[in-house]
Every structure is written in structure tokens, then in C-alpha cells.
Design a protein around this ligand. Structure first.
Ligand code: CP
Length: 320
């Protein structure tokens, strides 16, 4: 079985195959009938132990557009709240014949455990584990950057990407650093020293504490959500002080090169890491990132489950 647990699992060729396949899947969304028969008869389980809006809905939409049967499992309201373990939950899914399990969990490493435990015989996709990784978010972010910065079909070689904010708690930042460097981009992290993880100096990127110093040379600026739910209340940064040093407002956005885009994985803390003016501006790709998430997840499910027929039959290609 093949799994997607970490962005580090992907070689440059793997990543480009996912992105190119996602571009093909995006063409399906432009057709009057958005569905493909490729995963008919397959079962995809969305196993969410932690809250989600975008990731859960887009995996569901992606699986349905590939004609898979979808089972949505939310820990809230399930027997997990009675103390049922991950193992027994997994054995239950196995008994129901899951072909792929998309898992979000508050523990870093839970998807890896599920993939290597032998409890299930399904492909495992990490939909965000604790503060560790969120590889499909990094892929949809790369798709968005590639569309704006390189044109379809090319990679991000030499592009300068700045990731700003609560890196300490961000699985999005870690997956993006890994994937973007695999694709040849140069990544700079900008954060207060207290919101950088121990060992960040070993990551394949630069680190800065000064947002204003890097704006003019950034092709994309990705703002991270300040994750208060993962912080001890005593360490909450004050909104005003954080926004003054690390928030993106209209003035800072004006310092970016004309072609540069502003990204945010969502959900956003408007007024903290990003002002409403920037979030709602045409340069902000947050909503486009969500749309790209569906085609990216279609590509991941298709490539992992190896659909019984080509994703898009030649006759169905819009350019034929
Ligand atoms: N970007 C992201 O993972 O959003 P959700 O938590 O809403 O899925």
C-alpha cells in the first residue's frame, strides 16, 4: 500500500506528477458533469479527530468527484469520546472495507502509526497531525504558487517564498518548507523567536525576525494562523503587538513586488496575522487555495488508489 504521510516522502518527480495530475483534475471541475468514474466501488474514509472545515470538505468533494463511496467519521459524537482507541477505531474501519483513510489527528505521528501498524490494509493520507505535517496543504499551496508564479507545467525553481508567523505550532509551515525546497524554491521563515521550533536551524530554509526586511524580495508571502488553542494562555501574544511586528496590512502589502501573491491556509485570524483589507484584496489567494485543494486531493487519491482507468480518458480531454 502507498501512503502520503509527509511532504518529505515526495521526490521532485513525485511532487510534479501530483501537481500535473491536479491540473488535469481541475479541468474536470470546469466541465458540466464534474464526476469521473475512476474510483467507483472504492471506499474513502475521512477520519477526523480534530476540527476542520476546508480539509474535510475538500477531501469529501474530491472522493465524490472520483465516484468513490465516502464515509465521514468525526471523533466528536463517536465512541472515541467513550475512550475507544485509535487501534479499535482502525479495526472497525478495516471491517467496513476502507480503501483509503484520510486522517486528521491532534497527535503528531498518528497517521504514521496507522499506516505502519498493520491494523488496516488501506492507503493512509495525512490530513494534518498535531504540529507535525499537512502534506496535501503544501501540495495545494504549491499548485497555487505555480499557477501565479511559474505558469502551468513548470516548477518553482528559484522562487522566493516567505512564511510568516506561528511556525512553532504549524504543520503547514513544516510541510511547505519540505515541499518547496524539493521544488527548488528558496524559503524564508519570519517569526518571533518564541514562535520558532527548537532545531529550526537544521531546516532547509533561512530564518529572519524582520518582516519588513524581506517583503521586497518575496514572490509569495504565506501568513500563518496564530494557533492559540495550542498555546499556554500565559504565552498568548497580544493582538496589537503581534500585528505591529508580524501582521500583514495594506502598507506592508504595498511593499511586495507587483507580481507577488499573499497566501493563507485558513482559518484566518483577521486583525492578528492579516488585516481584513489584505484578506479581501485580489492579491490574496486564500479562497483560490481552497478550490485548488479539491483538485489536489483528487490527484492524491487517484494516484494512491491507482484508479482502474486513466483519470481522464483522452476523448474527454477538453483540448482534444
Ligand atoms: N487549511 C486547513 O487545514 O484548514 P481546516 O483546518 O479548516 O481544514
Amino acid at each position: 500500500k502507498r501512503h502520503l504521510i509527509s511532504a518529505a516522502d515526495l521526490t521532485r518527480d513525485d511532487a510534479i506528477l501530483v501537481l500535473d495530475t491536479a491540473e488535469e483534475m481541475a479541468r474536470v471541475a470546469d466541465r458540466p458533469i464534474k464526476k469521473l468514474p475512476t474510483l467507483r466501488g472504492r471506499t474513502v474514509v475521512n477520519l477526523f479527530f480534530e476540527d476542520s472545515t476546508r480539509t474535510r470538505i475538500s477531501f469529501e468533494a474530491a472522493a465524490k468527484r472520483l465516484s468513490a463511496d465516502v464515509i465521514n467519521f468525526s471523533a466528536k459524537g463517536s465512541s472515541v469520546s467513550k475512550g475507544e482507541s485509535l487501534k479499535d477505531t482502525a479495526l472497525t474501519l478495516e471491517a467496513m472495507g476502507a480503501d483509503a483513510v484520510v486522517i486528521r489527528h491532534h497527535f503528531s505521528g498518528a497517521p504514521h502509526r496507522l499506516a505502519t501498524s498493520g491494523w488496516i490494509n488501506a492507503s493512509v493520507v495525512n490530513a494534518g497531525d498535531g504540529t507535525h505535517e499537512h502534506p496535501t496543504q503544501a501540495l495545494l499551496d504549491a499548485l497555487t504558487m505555480r499557477r501565479h508564479l511559474s505558469g502551468v507545467g513548470r516548477d518553482l525553481e528559484g522562487r522566493r517564498i516567505t512564511i510568516v508567523g506561528d511556525v512553532l505550532h504549524s504543520r503547514v509551515a513544516r510541510s511547505n518548507v519540505l515541499l518547496l525546497t524539493t521544488l527548488g524554491a528558496e524559503v524564508t521563515l519570519v517569526a518571533p523567536p518564541t514562535l520558532l521550533p527548537i532545531g529550526v536551524e537544521t531546516w532547509p530554509c533561512r530564518v529572519s525576525y524582520d518582516l519588513d526586511a524581506v517583503l521586497a524580495t518575496s514572490d509569495a508571502v504565506m501568513m500563518l494562523r496564530v494557533q492559540r488553542e495550542r498555546m499556554n494562555a500565559a504565552f498568548f501574544p497580544t493582538e496589537r503587538e503581534y500585528a505591529r511586528r508580524y501582521g500583514l496590512d495594506g502598507l506592508r502589502m504595498a511593499a511586495l513586488p507587483e507580481h507577488a501573491i499573499v497566501m493563507h491556509p485558513g482559518p484566518m485570524n483577521r486583525g492578528m496575522e492579516i488585516t481584513a483589507e489584505v484578506a479581501d484584496s485580489p492579491r490574496c489567494t486564500a479562497v483560490e487555495q481552497v478550490a485548488n485543494g479539491v483538485s489536489t486531493r483528487m490527484a492524491v487519491l487517484y494516484l494512491l488508489l491507482g484508479g482502474s482507468e486513466p483519470a481522464i480518458a483522452p476523448a474527454a480531454r477538453p483540448d482534444n
